[in-house]
Design a protein. Structure first.
Length: 267
């Protein structure tokens, strides 16, 4: 029994990692809206912007990654650039990072933004720019965010911009001026915290991939889902808690196996 137990715990810990699953439980609507936005704008050659908000662990990045994987062939004719703003040194660093991804020569200051604008309004395939952790680009006067969200509005622009952030009101707070010319206002998509039922389904689906008897029983999963949904509705937190629980059980089983007396006659 012990080796079999060992492998089932290893498998359980593996499936409880926060990887992007084939199907995102409880996010069917959001996944559909993201796919629709990308296909309408990138394939339809309609520049535009989408602002995706939601607390950490509510599936924003996972959903978008899933949609980008699923639509890879359809989007093959366009250029996709994904930047995590957390990795940038300052809000203004987004411009050289983007220029580098697009293969543009390095420029400085005002010239840097001008060369990017020229590139994004020239003839060519659509450019899909995904900015994760967009809240990191908030700056004095919000000039960085304004510049980015105004690019899809430029005449003959070929930019489709998708920004993901934790703050629900970033666009109201920081981009109020964009609302003045309504065409410039990004579409909004909000990811609410996961409910107890959705978290239970996520955990059940993950652990259902491990063969044999359930590693954690249904009551334990529901208890975890209830606690996490009451505090944050963060799926990563729920996966973490269960992974730690599996580690505890694994150590206990290993301890018991070592302490078990051996049948007579065996050394």
């Amino acid at each position: 029994l012990a080796p079999r137990a060992g492998t089932c715990y290893q498998q359980a810990k593996q499936v409880l990692h926060a990887a992007v699953p084939e199907r995102l439980q409880g996010r069917e609507k959001e996944t559909g809206l993201l796919r629709q936005f990308l296909l309408e704008h990138v394939l339809g050659r309609r520049p535009g912007s989408l602002y995706v908000s939601g607390a950490p662990g509510t599936g924003k990045t996972a959903c978008l990654s899933r949609v980008l994987l699923d639509c890879k062939d359809k989007l093959a004719g366009s250029r996709t650039v994904v930047l995590n703003c957390m990795a940038l040194g300052s809000p203004h660093s987004v411009f050289p990072a983007l220029a580098q991804q697009l293969g543009l020569p390095v420029a400085t200051g005002r010239e840097r933004i001008r060369s990017l604008e020229k590139h994004l309004t020239a003839q060519g395939p659509m450019v899909l720019l995904v900015l994760d952790e967009l809240d990191q680009l908030e700056s004095k006067g919000q000039d960085v965010l304004y510049t980015l969200f105004e690019w899809p509005q430029l005449p003959s622009s070929r930019l489709v911009l998708v920004g993901l952030a934790n703050a629900l009101d970033l666009t109201d707070r920081s981009l109020a001026r964009l609302g003045a010319h309504l065409a410039g206002k990004p579409q909004l998509l909000h990811f609410p915290p996961y409910t107890k039922e959705q978290l239970t389904l996520i955990l059940q689906e993950r652990l259902g991939q491990v063969a044999g008897d359930p590693v954690l029983d249904s009551a334990a999963l529901q208890f975890c889902a209830r606690k996490v949904s009451a505090v944050s509705g963060d799926a990563r937190k729920a996966l973490d808690v269960c992974r730690r629980a599996v580690e505890v059980v694994e150590l206990e089983v290993r301890g018991q196996t070592l302490l078990k007396p051996l049948p007579r006659g065996e050394s």
